[in-house]
Design a protein around this ligand. Structure first.
Ligand code: PRP
Ligand code: URA
Length: 206
């Protein structure tokens, strides 16, 4: 269940995002722009129900979205995708899950979790620019499932094959949508060629 979105505008902006010279201000802007462009595709299959509305001219049989949409950024770097997607889906609610990778073990450590109500009925989009080993995304999704979430998608910008494999093993029911599938991981668990440390580049912390 892997979908790679290869729209020319996404590819172009991702090229700018990857550049070492791209400053924090531009990185933040580009990340949100890419997420916004992905919003169209990640919502392409959400179910609709039939409704009749009254236009100024008369009744119109049409459709509207059934489920609530909940965005769940994985802190910190996932925050950089929220504004871009919310611009397209302004009614989306936002939950948060805080995870960081222990730099030695590469295992995720959860430090925060807060979600809206009605998780079982909602379409949950888990946001993180980087899917490296897959440990963070897998842990976040396990936590969401514990909260009753059943309709889940993982939305990332850059993924390594190792992370995709881990997700497919741990959560075969979760669709993964990415903008690029890179070559692999280096010895420090960074995606190659990737774009470096997304959280640090987004917040200017290194
Ligand atoms: C980064 C990234 C992912 C995770 C990916 O976060 O944003 O959450 O690493 O790696 P994984 O697939 O191997 O788990 P990091 O742990 O650096 O935290 P930060 O966003 O707070 O910088
Ligand atoms: N986290 C990042 O921010 N970048 C990577 O390449 C891997 C994990």
């Amino acid at each position: 269940m892997l979908k790679v979105l290869e729209h020319p505008l996404i590819t172009h902006k991702l090229t700018q995002l990857r550049r070492r010279e791209t400053c924090t201000k531009d990185f933040r802007h580009l990340l949100n722009e890419i997420a916004g462009l992905m919003a169209y595709e990640i919502t392409a299959d959400i179910p609709l129900r039939e409704v009749t509305v009254q236009t100024p001219v008369g009744p119109c049989e049409t459709n509207e979205v059934i489920h609530e949409i909940v965005l769940v950024p994985i802190l910190r770097a996932g925050l950089g995708m929220v504004d871009g997607i919310s611009r397209m889906v302004p009614t989306a609610k936002v939950g948060h899950i805080g995870l960081y990778r222990n730099e030695e073990t590469l295992e995720p450590v959860t430090y925060y979790a807060k979600f809206p109500g009605n998780m079982p009925e909602s379409i949950i989009m888990v946001l993180d620019p980087m899917l490296a080993t897959g440990g963070s995304a897998s842990a976040a999704i396990s936590e969401l499932k514990k909260q009753g979430a059943t309709i889940l998608k993982l939305v990332c910008i850059v993924a390594a094959p190792e992370g995709v494999k881990r997700m497919e093993e741990d959560h075969p029911d979760v669709e993964i949508i990415i903008a690029a599938l890179d070559d692999g991981l280096n010895e420090k668990g960074y995606i190659v060629p990737g774009l470096g440390d997304a959280g640090d580049r987004l917040f200017g912390t290194k």
